[in-house]
Design a protein around this ligand. Structure first.
Ligand code: URP
Ligand code: ZN
Ligand code: ZN
Length: 458
């Protein structure tokens, strides 16, 4: 099947021109002006529209077992919702169970994803118990195309590893050319503050926020950068929220170290005032928590300064009935919020539309940089001959309103309810198939494929 996307403004991280794109099978076959309409093929008129590479969200949690429950999007619902929002590939986190092997965790996640995903996906491996037997599994995990490893520096007792394990993980992953990523917050300090608040009867969602002050993230980010520098490992900080953590990344550049950083759409657009609305604040209980306006300004600047390379979501939805598990105690509210469907449109409207970032920066941080950092470039993350035809057609002027009543994520609220956005995704192609058109899903469960990744090329 051939598809010609005609006369769109085609934007990549390093080019911007009005032209046509010819898709043959799963890939891009030609890019140019006045390409011939393929015999029997489909033509999509992109006049007045913007065409960008399919989005890559490298931070999602689908059916994640966490805090006594599971995040509410499955591989089917989560990747379908992602496609509606122009994200054609997601990277989920496999979580090793402490005391168990990496291989058994991989098989568990493969069982969830295989045959169920609608959009493409890959995995990071979260090592929650680095020990001699885990150590010998790292090479085989890299060989499976899972080249990034995650360390949780918080959530003691379930996911956290200590510094001894962290340095060991870094040394081993380095041997195999992989990338170490971290949830960089100081778990011990956070647990102490949680205990203090609970003992004083301070139990509302606001105390979730007050138990994770900026210093807990800044300190752990600096420690992570220092250890990675010592180990000589490529390092990537997930879901960075604040100025203090960003300054640690900036400091690392002063010794010519590169620490890569991801922020998430919510940290750019939402702030901690949402915790003031009593239990409603549970909707945005996530870790790290939302921060202050000054942190948002620092993060926007960090994107433009090239210190923050990626905007993900940390999509980890819980239904309202799940959030109610923490009604009388903030420490029992499942941490996470839904966003995978709206990342691209939110960033387009509030970032590009309001002059905070350029359109090319938008492409970099929603797609290209993640493809390079996580070893998928140039198959994904760009528009070039031979690349997967993962393409997103945006109507830059169309206005729409976000609502839980119309979104595709399996969750019954949205932190962005009622937000009016300018710029709407019209059509999404995934590996040469129209996956979404005019709000309708055109591919089914099972179409999504595992993306085997190479080493970082950023
Ligand atoms: O609140 C969050 N972020 N939930 C998901 C787990 C994590 O820390 O990424
Ligand atoms: Zn995290
Ligand atoms: Zn996460």
């Amino acid at each position: 099947m051939s598809i010609l996307l005609q006369n769109g403004r085609v934007v990549t991280a390093d080019s911007d021109a009005v032209c046509d794109i010819l898709v043959e099978g799963e890939s891009i076959a030609a890019i140019g002006r006045n390409l011939l309409t393929p015999l029997g093929g489909q033509v999509i008129d992109c006049t007045g529209k913007i065409v960008v590479p399919g989005g890559i969200d490298p931070h999602v949690h689908l059916e994640m077992p966490f805090m006594g429950t599971f995040s509410s999007d499955t591989y089917e619902t989560g990747t379908r919702a992602a496609l509606h929002g122009g994200t054609t590939t997601v990277i989920d986190f496999i979580l090793q169970k402490q005391g168990h092997s990496l291989r058994s965790a991989l098989e568990e996640w493969q069982g969830r994803a295989t045959g169920n995903a609608v959009g493409d996906y890959s995995f990071h491996m979260a090592v929650t118990d680095f020990n001699p037997s885990t150590k010998v599994e790292i090479a085989a995990i890299v060989a499976e195309g899972i080249t990034s490893f995650k360390a949780f520096m918080a959530y003691k007792g379930s996911l956290m590893i200590d510094d001894a394990q962290l340095i060991g993980l870094m040394q081993e992953v380095k041997k195999h050319g992989g990338l170490v990523t971290a949830h960089a917050t100081n778990g011990d300090v956070i647990d102490t503050l949680i205990a203090q608040h609970r003992a004083a009867g301070m139990l509302s969602p606001r105390y979730h926020y007050l138990s994770q002050p900026e210093v807990t993230e800044a300190e752990a980010s600096g420690r992570f950068a220092d250890l990675a520098n010592y180990a000589g490992t490529e390092a990537y900080i997930v879901h960075m929220t604040c100025e203090g953590a960003l300054n640690q990344v900036r400091n690392a550049t002063r010794r010519n170290q590169r620490v890569l950083a991801e922020t998430c759409i919510q940290y750019l657009l939402l702030d901690a005032s949402l915790y003031e609305h009593d239990f409603e604040g549970a909707k945005v209980v996530m870790s790290p928590p939302l921060r202050e306006k000054k942190d948002q300004a620092a993060l926007w600047a960090g994107l433009n300064q090239g210190l923050v390379q990626v905007v993900g979501t940390d999509h980890c939805p819980f239904l309202w009935e799940q959030k109610l598990l923490g009604k009388g105690d903030f420490s029992k509210i499942p941490n996470g919020h839904p966003a995978v469907e709206h990342r691209m449109e939110l960033l387009f409207s509030e970032g590009v539309g309001k002059g905070k970032i350029t359109l090319q920066k938008f492409v970099e941080v929603t797609s290209t940089n993640a493809a390079k950092i996580f070893g998928m470039f140039p198959r994904k993350g760009t528009i070039s001959i031979g690349a997967d035809a993962d393409l997103v057609v945006i109507d830059p002027h169309k206005q729409h309103v976000i609502s839980a009543a119309t979104h595709h994520m399996n969750v019954d609220y949205s932190a962005y309810e009622g937000w009016e956005l300018t710029g709407k995704i019209d059509t999404v192609l995934l590996r040469g198939q129209v996956a979404v058109d005019a709000g309708e899903t055109k591919v089914s469960k099972g179409y999504g494929q595992f993306v085997k990744r190479s080493k970082t090329s950023f």
